[in-house]
Ligand binder design. Structure first.
Ligand SMILES: *[C@@H]1O[C@H](CO)[C@@H](O)[C@H](O)[C@H]1NC(C)=O
Ligand SMILES: *[C@@H]1O[C@H](CO)[C@@H](O)[C@H](O)[C@H]1NC(C)=O
Ligand SMILES: *[C@@H]1O[C@H](CO)[C@@H](O)[C@H](O)[C@H]1NC(C)=O
Ligand SMILES: *[C@@H]1O[C@H](CO)[C@@H](O)[C@H](O)[C@H]1NC(C)=O
Length: 343
């Protein structure tokens, strides 16, 4: 099949990359980015964090709101691009007024355009499906008009969770929930028109931890080559691909064909839920995810369409809810040491 357009570039970069078995991760040439969450009271300064990214070769990051300290620390940096989020609590005001969107842009994005590589703006993080889901599309439309009228190469999209899927097994049965059909499908149709990827968060950990009896750990962490799920002619040996493809099938049922998907979050906690969350398992999942992206094989439904993805997250964040949520980090915030060796 033909890949949705945006993937072609990444397929090339996957072929050209060159990886090492370093002590620290080498996500650089792999096209894997990192989420930079800031919900901690013990995080290093953004300048130190940017230096960390440079030392491990990270070239893409995502921040959840237009944090001035982070954006200032990125000034002049030609090597790191950034996805910037609109805060969910700002959506209501922005959805109500195009002038408010212009003001938001002038305050939060404009000041950095000359020397920060802002590649995308995300409107809402996992708010579809939900009570403020309907606010997403009008804000996306206003921002799209704004960047178009100024010829800025900034993609406008939204980040959605797999809770939009009412059914995901087998992948070909993938279907959106009724609320997702109302809120998400118009967004997907709009993204098709602007040729912009939908951004999705895919966490095999949550699927696995909800049913560790019937889902094998190896299937959840890309640790087997065996076919675990057969779905027509498609064969699945990892749950990540199965979830990804279920979303593709669900889009197709809504007549949204060939819309590309970027995985804005995936990861595995290293603690917080007993034997399901150890540093070893987290290292295996994240390392195998990087290899999966590097391989360029895509998924059974989108073969050879290289996946673009971001790991969640850079640091353990102590102001998130207690338990696994605080333990998705690759690095310890207090000494900036890796929590486990990737590879
Ligand atoms: C960007 O990367 C190049 C090549 O790796 C390096 O020489 C340069 O110092 C980097 N620039 C910045 C601002 O980090
Ligand atoms: C910004 O980042 C993107 C993606 O990482 C890259 O393709 C582009 O060349 C960068 N732009 C500049 C001006 O450095
Ligand atoms: C696991 O599979 C068995 C056998 O198919 C089934 O009876 C059981 O309900 C499943 N358990 C869960 C938690 O889905
Ligand atoms: C994927 O790429 C490989 C290597 O180029 C090729 O042999 C294979 O036929 C391709 N598969 C599909 C389904 O396009």
């Amino acid at each position: 099949m033909e890949c949705p357009r945006i993937f072609i570039f990444f397929l090339l970069s996957a072929i050209l990359f060159n990886y090492t078995n370093d002590v620290s991760i080498n996500v650089a040439a792999t096209n894997v980015g990192l989420n930079y969450g800031l919900l901690g009271d013990n995080l290093p300064s953004p300048y130190d964090v940017i230096s960390l990214y440079e030392s491990i070769g990270v070239t893409k990051i995502r921040i959840f709101d237009p944090n001035t300290e982070v954006l200032n620390a990125l000034r002049g940096n030609r090597n790191i691009s950034v996805i910037v989020g609109v805060k969910d609590q700002d959506l209501a005001a922005l959805a109500a007024s195009e002038v408010a969107v212009e003001d938001w842009f002038a305050t939060n994005i404009e000041p950095y355009l000359s020397d920060v590589n802002i590649t995308s703006i995300t409107v809402g993080n996992e708010v579809i499906p939900g009570p403020i889901g309907p606010q997403v599309l009008p804000v996306m439309q206003s921002l799209t008009n704004l960047v178009k009228s100024r010829c800025l190469p900034i993609l406008i999209s939204t980040v959605v969770a797999m809770s939009n899927l009412g059914q995901s097994y087998p992948p070909s049965a993938g279907m959106f929930t009724p609320q997702a059909r109302e809120q998400l499908v118009p967004v997907l149709t709009f993204l098709s028109q602007t040729n912009t990827p939908i951004l999705v968060n895919i966490y095999p950990y949550f699927a696995y931890s909800s049913n560790p009896v019937n889902i094998s750990l190896d299937y959840a962490i890309f640790n087997t080559k065996d076919v675990v799920v057969e779905d027509g002619t498609m064969q699945y040996s990892n749950i990540f691909d199965a979830i990804f493809d279920a979303f593709v099938w669900a889009m197709e049922k809504e007549n949204v064909m060939d819309l590309s998907m970027v995985v804005t979050e995936t990861g595995w906690p290293s603690a917080g839920n007993g034997y399901l969350t150890t540093p070893d398992i987290a290292a295996t999942y994240n390392g195998n995810f990087i290899k999966h992206v590097e391989s360029g094989v895509g998924t059974p439904k989108r073969p050879n369409c290289s996946i673009e993805g971001f790991l969640f997250a850079t640091f353990n964040e102590n102001q998130k809810p207690a338990g696994t949520e605080q333990n998705f980090g690759l690095y310890n915030p207090t000494d900036m040491k890796p929590i486990y060796k990737l590879f």
